[in-house]
Design a protein around this ligand. Structure first.
Ligand code: PHE
Length: 341
């Protein structure tokens, strides 16, 4: 019987190999030679098929004994030398893939910084709804019935079943009204938020953008407090050595009203791309809260006075970064946003 001869030859080989195992690498080599599907023992099992039926019990028994011997020898080797080292699945020679770390959007970064600076001056954050009514957005803010800002051109009105005065707030001044209605002076609040205007989207304007408004109401608040507050903020946020100019302006809800310019932090007034070669940057609109507004919100203008100011956050970001197309802030292109960490 040829197979029986093969088995006894294999037995001699296996016993020799077992005697030669002296490390876990040897044990593994032993397993791969004899115990796997393509190993020597399985080759004999495959040949068993061609053995005549009457010889099978004898040959099968010899083969089983040898397999048991080989398996026990292997288990002992593993017990002595340890299991084989795992096959590495990571190719450490490949170049690594960088980890991308997210960052806060430049708009949010600016809002956070503004809130932090005004916070250090005692202003607390107040918020209000984006969907407003005409009264909070215009009426209480002393907008005349026929004021052009109420026009369909500027304001997104909301289709509401039973009322015609629902709109998306066009400025954060609506929160001013809510704050005055719900708090007693002294009031020192800063109000960041999203605002909406029915404007054509262009490099300079969006239909949805952010403002931060400030409101300060107490006894004896004057224009000097307004100037001091804005200048302190702008020096800390933009440029410690800036110069300022207050231009008269008009807002229905402030009297007097002004717009505030700061000498350009980049060119210091010589003229550059950031300031459009004027030497000045417009930083915000502001003014003393109109007595009509105070009265409409339940605050006695004989006893209290206050100031309000409003920043366009996107404008602030464009100024600080030199980005000249406001749409870039919303394209979510990481090549742009990744630069502001
Ligand atoms: N609400 C004004 C605007 O949207 C800005 C502003 C706020 C002006 C507060 C004065 C005081 O243009």
């Amino acid at each position: 019987m040829r197979l029986l001869d093969t088995i006894s030859a294999l037995r001699a080989q296996i016993e020799g190999d077992v005697a030669g195992v002296a490390s876990r690498e040897d044990a593994e080599r032993f397993r791969l030679t004899h115990l796997v599907k393509k190993g020597t023992l399985q080759a004999c099992v495959d040949e068993l098929r061609s053995v005549p039926k009457e010889d099978k019990p004898v040959v099968g028994k010899a083969l089983n004994e040898l397999r048991t011997l080989a398996e026990i020898a292997y288990e002992q080797a593993v017990a002595t030398y340890g299991a084989p080292a795992p096959v590495p699945t990571i190719d450490t020679t490949l170049p690594g893939r960088g980890v991308r770390v997210g960052a806060v959007h430049p708009i949010t970064q600016s809002v956070q910084k503004l809130v932090e600076i005004f916070g250090s001056m005692g202003f607390e954050v107040a918020e209000g709804p984006d969907v407003e009514d005409d009264d909070h957005n215009f009426g209480k803010l002393n907008f005349a019935e026929d004021h052009p800002a109420r026009d369909m051109q500027d304001t997104f009105f909301v289709d509401a079943a039973d009322r015609a005065d629902v709109l998306l707030r066009t400025h954060t001044s609506s929160v001013q009204v809510r704050v005055m209605q719900s708090m007693k002076p002294p009031i020192r609040c800063i109000m960041p938020g999203r605002v909406y205007r029915n404007e054509a989207v262009s490099a300079r304007s969006l239909a949805e953008f952010h403002q931060i408004e400030g409101l300060y109401i107490d006894k004896g608040v004057s224009m000097a407090d307004l100037k001091g507050t804005i200048m302190e903020f702008a020096r800390r946020f933009y440029d410690a050595h800036a110069e300022f100019r207050f231009r008269t302006s008009y807002f229905p809800f402030t009297e007097p009203s002004c717009e505030i310019d700061m000498s350009c932090f980049l060119c210091k007034g010589d003229g550059c791309r950031i300031c459009k070669h004027s030497g000045w940057l417009e930083i915000c609109g502001a003014g003393m809260v109109h007595p009509n507004v105070l009265r409409a919100c339940g605050i006695d203008p004989e006893e209290y006075s206050g100031f309000a100011f409003g920043f366009g956050v996107e404008r602030v970001v464009l100024m600080m970064t030199g980005i000249d197309d406001i749409r870039m802030l919303y394209d979510n292109d990481l090549r742009v946003l990744g630069q502001f960490r």
